[in-house]
Design a protein. Sequence first.
Length: 347
Amino acid sequence: MTARLHVDLSALTANIARVRETVAPAELMLVVKDDAYGHGLEAVVQTATTAGVTWFGAFDVRTGTAVRAAAGDAARIFTWIAASRDDLRTAIAAHLDLGIGDAELLEELADAASDAAGAPRVHLKIDTGLHRNGVRPEEWSTFVARAAALQAAGRIDVVGVWSHIAEASDAEDDDARAVFERALHEAEAVGIRPHVRHLAASAASFARPEFRYDMVRVGAFCYGIRSAGGPSADTLGLRTIARLEAEVVAVHEETVRIDIGAADGLPSSLRGRAMVGTPAGARRLGPVGGAQSLVDAWTGAAVGDVVTIYGPGGSGEGTATDLAEVIGTIGEEIAVRVSPLIARVYT
């Protein structure tokens, strides 16, 4: 396979600095789910740690333990999916912060922590309307009262309250924030005073200062992936950190064949709708096969020429989000689809 994902770690460092500058005094939690959005978890975590990042968002316990190995003991690692009692025990042993948005899971965690040396750190989640998970508002007062009792008994340490928002419209997000504010007041009424309150992800963290609270969870923007339908990376002051390339492996009369296909993560729905970069500028992507795809030919095309699927590259290609918009999705989906079998090349 000739395809390569080139990852510019200096651009990652610059984006981290830009995000931290923008959201200050709120702290940055760098989200590294899905193998750091397909860029390679170990390299991203080590680069971010060197850049001064101390909080990581890891989604599940397996990822959280991998981050712990890469970042060391000092990092705070927030994990919001624990699928089993074994997951909870593993998370406690790795000193992960756990996002808990279910009353039964709260009890399971307290039981799993009974033999631990210290109380696990917990972030309580309120469902503000996205229905991704979290405690419903009508059940929240009972939930936080129980959490306060478990904390008083030394079985958990409630350090945070958090939620997700849809970032679909300002009005919907304002409604979600109102629910979040009520949840914070109800938690405080039973004696819970969290050190970290976090609600915003990439887009809201830049556009809505009132959503930043103590910390923001940013993934896409740190990787230079803009929001679909949103401002360009340049406008945001961010740099795209990844460039996906594949070589020409055959030249035909009207097309060239490149060494990347659907099995490598290239969406077949891009056929005839996306432009890629070539030595002669932008050319249309044709049929996407299982392992190889076709691109409109250019004069002088030769085996070994490099075609850029998304950039930056300066050869006529777009960004991951440009491709995503063609098929009605988001840039993160394009990034995380890149097969782990494709080599990551770090500079």
